[in-house]
Design a protein around this ligand. Sequence first.
Ligand SMILES: NC(=O)NCCC(=O)O
Length: 384
Amino acid sequence: MADAEWKSLEECLEKHLPLPDLQEVKRVLYGKELRKLDLPREAFEAASREDFELQGYAFEAAEEQLRRPRIVHVGLVQNRTPLPADAPVAEQVSALHRRIKAIVEVAAMCGVNIICFQEAWTMPFAFCTREKLPWTEFAESAEDGPTTRFCQKLAKNHDMVVVSPILERDSEHGDVLWNTAVVISNSGAVLGKTRKNHIPRVGDFNESTYYMEGNLGHPVFQTQFGRISVNICYGRHHPLNWLMYSINGAEIIFNPSATIGALSESLWPIEARNAAIANHCFTCAINRVGTEHFPNEFTSGDGKKAHQDFGYFYGSSYVAAPDGSRTPGLSRSQDGLLVAKLDLNLCQQVNDVWNFKMTGRYEMYARELAEAVKPNYRPTIVKE
Ligand SMILES: NC(=O)NCCC(=O)O
């Protein structure tokens, strides 16, 4: 499995394919070619000073007579953990706050209206260790923890909606931990929170040791810039999870993730893109980068030797549109900010062409699923 040296699929294709072939490959792999955004020079200079990649693309929609374009700029952030996982907890959190602040400042220069960080962005992805301390110390209140207060300042200063996925400690309900995304309005107020509905039980993703399956359903947040929701990481393998956010009216679904190459890199380009197509909405897939080393060895339950790292988080964050077009991915190895200009009118325009909501037969599935989950259900198998 390639590590940091293999920068991205896009770079590889561009290096090796003659132009006419490259154009056809991009047409098939990415839908129509997107216009690059003309981002400010100062933004590129700041990104280069701060050592992160900056890319920007525009998704266009057809002009309509009755509706004006509904333009929104989204920002997707992928990053490494700047300090080693054995540094003091408070120092790791502060270093991440500083890193994100620098990236958000560049996003503001690029006119970003809604920004989303990676899953559990304030901590190393330590769930593979199955140890409790110090990792549970990274959990914070979604309503008024230090990270939420930090994000409220960012949101207000930059007039930007901030989606902040954290490990939540809910002290109102017996100190239960959750994998939560806090949505902060551009006014600086906490608009609400949403929790990861599906918990992985795959490979080293031993996350059920730490937090419970989300109990908040599929909330959609009405922001000044459009209706958004958050499908956290492993939820992207569950088409019904995407569907319910979409049924509740989401126009943009963020998918903040933490996933590694050996497990999911071949699924990554397909899943969020397919969800955008199937649900007539935009999807934003975000993954962290780098390899995180933990102080103590752990095993993976696969007969192999104990080890201290999780594998390689391959970045590759991207945005997909309801017409199936998508941006190239950010790098597999570098911190990055991806800016995408969306015209939300595209959601309804594609809906009117493909009519997946109209042809979805949800009442039939509701009926059949209600039967299928009953303990005495017998699958309908017709035999000779
Ligand atoms: N964080 C998380 O849910 N990872 C699970 C692995 C995957 O979904 O690719």
